[in-house]
Design a protein around this ligand. Structure first.
Ligand SMILES: [Zn+2]
Length: 425
């Protein structure tokens, strides 16, 4: 349930070709390796929880949640969502579906938790400013509330191994909050609980939409977030400001901006004959889509004079739906420490689905330091993303990371990213 970089190349292959289907209102679950009674219980749980997210919170939830459960020896126990409408559960053996006291796995709560991610992510799409603790904390808080209500609607017999699963809901969260050293996710869940008591449950969709519409700059998010918050209800300015003061250290993802200011120039003041910097051999050796991280490559200007970046080319191919989604990704100009100078949004749709090719993006002419990095952040999911090619003819100039955060060097190759630089006339 935690977010960490995931390589999707492997993941997509793991969906089995043969599978049975369990249905419940607005839910379809394909499954292999488990009994029908468990698949039905999973579908029923998702369906009940989905209704609570829609009716009680007012979230825009999917018309149909599509689940996939794969039980196979040796598989790690994993539960995750694409943040839109897909839910995946992998497990090594069916006894992992027994009640938590026997299996150590909180499956019922886990499903309510994953739908909590969907509830937030479907509306709050751009949340680079938000910490993992805040995102996980929301799913923990909302999932716990929803577990209680699923119990009220369905009772103990919902699960094939019946038990009082209210103990997995708010009771468990409150116990964790009362413990001497709650972790950051628990503390964040407590903050979501607190704001619920100020604005009410039904205000969450409005809050997430307001944050999405506010175009929050991840390098300086604080003021915009607070402003959006207090606009939500002007009769609660003081409690909301107090709340944000206590929540913000936990909710904001610490991110450093570059000390280099972004400086643009009108295109007609450039020579119009850009220098292309292509350091690869034009032949891809591998390709990757990385959830929770990005692809960055370092470049150098040809000399010490004034240079402006005017275009970026990426060797990549899109996977996911046949029709291009309206998803956007970021191209960031960064200093050599990967701290952002400028960020531009570009459409996924520019990449054709399937085979990888060079795709060129024009950039508003922006001054680059002598050494700089270009970082691509696609925020992919298992069902929607872009593979970026890598090339082994050079190495040591690329990292996996996102602007302003820690990066990991790419081993034995470089990302296939090219830039075009121009000079003033
Ligand atoms: Zn989670």
């Amino acid at each position: 349930m935690k977010t960490r970089p995931v390589l999707f190349a492997l993941l997509l292959l793991s969906t089995p070709a043969f599978a049975d289907l369990a249905k419940a209102p607005n839910v379809q679950v394909t499954y292999t390796g488990i009994d029908a009674k468990y698949a039905d219980a999973i579908a029923q749980t998702l369906s009940a929880a989905l209704k609570i997210y829609s009716d009680d919170f007012g979230f825009d939830m999917p018309q149909t949640v599509v689940g996939s459960v794969t039980c196979a020896p040796g598989s790690p126990t994993r539960l995750f969502t694409d943040g839109k409408d897909h839910f995946t559960l992998n497990l090594p053996s069916q006894d992992k579906l027994l009640k938590p006291a026997s299996s150590g796995t909180f499956n019922l709560y886990g499903m309510c938790h994953e739908l909590g991610h969907m509830a937030m992510y479907r509306t709050l799409k751009d949340r680079d400013w938000m910490s993992t603790a805040a995102a996980e904390g929301f799913a923990h808080y909302a999932g716990s509330v929803v577990v209680d209500r699923v119990y009220a609607a369905k009772g103990p017999s919902l699960w094939p191994d019946p038990y009082d699963y209210r103990q997995d809901g708010s009771a468990r969260l409150n116990k964790q909050l009362a413990s001497p050293n709650p972790d950051d996710v628990t503390k964040a869940a407590g903050q979501w609980q607190k704001i619920e008591s100020i604005i009410g449950q039904k205000a969450f969709p409005k809050l997430f939409k307001a944050w999405q519409d506010a175009n929050i700059d991840p390098t300086k998010p604080n003021d915009t977030i607070l402003l959006t918050l207090i606009k939500l209800d002007d009769s609660k300015v003081a409690p909301l400001a107090d709340w944000w003061k206590s929540a913000s250290p936990l909710f904001i993802e610490k991110r450093q901006a570059s000390s280099i200011a972004s400086k643009t120039i009108p295109a007609n003041r450039l020579t119009g004959k850009p220098t292309k910097i292509a350091l690869d051999d034009d032949s891809a050796d591998d390709k990757r889509s990385i959830a929770g991280s990005g692809h960055a490559r370092t470049f150098q200007t040809p000399d010490d004079k004034e240079w402006y970046i005017v275009a970026v080319a990426v060797h990549g191919g899109r996977y996911g739906p046949l029709r291009a989604p309206d998803t956007l990704f970021d191209i960031s100009l960064c200093d050599p420490e990967l701290k952002p100078i400028s960020v531009w949004k570009k459409p996924y749709a520019a990449f054709p689905r399937g085979d990888s090719n060079w795709i060129r993006f024009e950039i508003p002419p922006t001054r680059v330091p002598k050494k700089f990095s270009l970082c691509l952040n696609f925020r992919p999911t298992a069902t929607n993303g872009v593979y970026v090619s890598s090339d082994t003819s050079t190495q040591g100039n690329s990292v996996t990371g996102t602007p302003g955060r820690t990066a990991t060097p790419l081993k034995d190759s470089d990302w296939m990213i090219r830039v075009e630089l121009d000079q003033p006339k």
